[in-house]
Design a protein around this ligand. Sequence first.
Ligand code: GLC
Ligand code: CA
Length: 560
Amino acid sequence: MTNALDTRPVTGTSEESAHAGATWWRQAAVYQIYPRSFADSNGDGIGDLPGITARVPYLKELGIDAVWLSPFYPSALADGGYDVDDYRDVDPRLGSLEDADAMIAALHAAGIKLIVDIVPNHTSDRHEWFRAALAAPKGSPERARYIFRDGLGENGGLPPADWESVFGGPAWEPVGDGQWYLHFFAKEQPDLNWQDPEVRADFLTTLRFWSDRGVDGFRVDVAHGCAKDLPEVLPSQSELDTMDQDTGLHPLWDRDEVHEIYAEWRGVFNEYDPPRTAVAEAWVPTPQRRHRYASAEGLGQAFNFDLLEADFDANQFRSIITSNLKQSKETGSSTTWVFSNHDVVRHATRYGLPPRGESTTKHGADWLLLGGTRPRLDVEGGLRRARAATLLMLGLPGSAYLYQGEELGLNEVAEIPANERQDPAFFRNPGKDIGRDGCRVPLPWTREGSSFGFGAGNAHLPQPEWFGGSSVEAQQADPASTLSLYREALAFRSRLQTEEDLEWVDSDADVLHFRRPNGWEAVANFGTKPIALPEGDLLIASGSIDGDVLPAETTVWLMR
Ligand code: GLC
Ligand code: CA
């Protein structure tokens, strides 16, 4: 191997590196943990914080820089924990604040940062504020923290508008006295009114609460939804649908003044050394709109879901990579790459299905309703393409967000009986949306045994029989396994990390070939025919390499 492999990581500018580690997030590999499905320490079938603490050695060996932890707050689980009862506590089924402290300490001792999920668009209907709002009369300060409106018709018996929630079904719910409240998501998730000063102040308290406990950053749920401006006469759903969403003037989504909220949050983040970081979940129509969330005066970074929404296709990948790198250069942020998370069909499965069409939409997965994983899915091809895409992505400048289980090459679990499903998206769209439970099934750690090593009890979502063969135990000693590929790639990635630049190298139309400033190259053959392997020292490959040939649907890293 060449000396270039010993290059020290170069992150951020020299000015920034004066602030110890202030730019750690720019090119971090961040691993998302869905806590109820990661590891169960006490056998109740629900993953918990001590379970995570016990698996820190696994995370360290995997080679990630940070964990993003989905909500672990007290919750009735109407939406997998995104219905938060109390932002400054831990769900007793998942542990205690002391367990959170112990987990943070263990992660930090292993050199791993922690990002927690913050859910500002809505609380749960069990939050003390919402209970107070229900107990208080119309027009009270308690109701002003949420979005209440009088119903239409006699005694307000009809909803104030015909809006549909994101999960399907009506977005307005009556409370029995002629008033209705707005919920973008499930009815157990009332939307907050961010024009209320108390709401604003309380979230600053929450950000400080977790920052003081050592949390390094925040993932901001539905960041583009908080600012709303509802006119006296509400538009209809069809009027809403035809309004432009890229002007900052839509009454509900991505309004310009949402950034005033995040500018205030930035003030809190910068009270800490190193400053706390944030990444916005903002499903907005253009990269320009997205980068407003990523500005240094705001959250600092925003998820880019473009690769997640693309087919396994060289052209689509090339233009997405080029435009996102250009945008992030212009705004001073770093871009993010994501293939899988707790809301979408796992990418090994997406790539094993016929390209695009209905099957790869966000919550879609209607293919599951049409006959299940096994008969329709090209399991081998899906995994081959997922490995190739992931290795290409891990070579890119910017942060890589990985979702628990993708390092095992897991497929979406199709075999969940309706009566064991949990996702409101499934129940609110009968026969139309299978929901997101299939990517949230507890991880398999061992080939056999109770819940495949997840815990001593029955996993809260049923695991399929084939899970054992994909378990950590089944993969860890096999150099050709997906787990070994991730470990090796992440180890190389942290050693090779260099400036956030990339130069395209000329290649066939079906091939993407780029070079990083230190001579680190990635070559991905998206085509169905082998090509000649370009010159350079071979570091790692997503599939087996024989001689001077780069097989179809395979990626390599080279050092020149
Ligand atoms: C985000 C979360 C999703 C949740 C929704 C409502 O999109 O990622 O899981 O259902 O927000 O909080
Ligand atoms: Ca448990």
